[in-house]
Write a protein that binds this ligand. Sequence first.
Ligand code: DC
Length: 236
Amino acid sequence: MQRIIVAVDGFSSCGKSTIAKQLAQHANYTYIDTGAMYRAVGLWARRHGYIVNGIVDEDSVKENIKDLKLHFERLADGSQHIFIDKEDVEHIIRSLSASNDASLVSTLPFVRQRMVAMQQQMGADKGIVMDGRDIGTVVFPHAELKLFVTASPEVRAKRRYQELISKGEQTNYQNVLQAIEERDYRDTHRKESPLVQAPDAILIDNSDMTREQQNMKVLELFNQALLLTEQENRQE
Ligand code: DC
């Protein structure tokens, strides 16, 4: 059976991971949340004192990142968690402050090179759905299916605000909106692998889409990409 690589890129809190997880489950593919990897790097950096008052000590991160051991584990309930050494940090990395730390370390070229190499290794056998910012442009520029997901900042802030409140975090909508706008700016303006839509990626703006409409669209695109790949392979 033909297996392909699906790259799902886009802005923060736009539903990328929901799309990627559901598609991976449908296709029985591996799902990789690359944002979790940058979040774990951010957490590790903060815990070691390499991030203080929003400033990253780049030299220390560069010198010590070789000691950071990250891996994913699939738990009994089917969910994928990220670990630093033997510690499950999946929940700790989801806070607003962890998002900001992730955004800071993700601008460092040596951090990105290390993460990209790990991600390419994970997708070496195909059959993978990976979500992030640079998957279709840098990690897998030859992915058979590339999706670029977006929604308006206000819609994303509303969704993220509700998610944080339901987890018991103290925050308000304006703070969340501001954090999203700042992260969008950093993600799209950084020197190293800025967030851009790959020319061959398919745009999905879900501001006014229901979950169901989005799922249908994604499944349709996946089936088309699979068929096309099978046809191309037959012709070779
Ligand atoms: O998708 P997320 O919000 O969990 O991502 C956390 C941060 O990591 C975000 O600021 C963007 C960055 N990131 C990145 O630079 N490249 C990726 N492939 C994934 C995430």
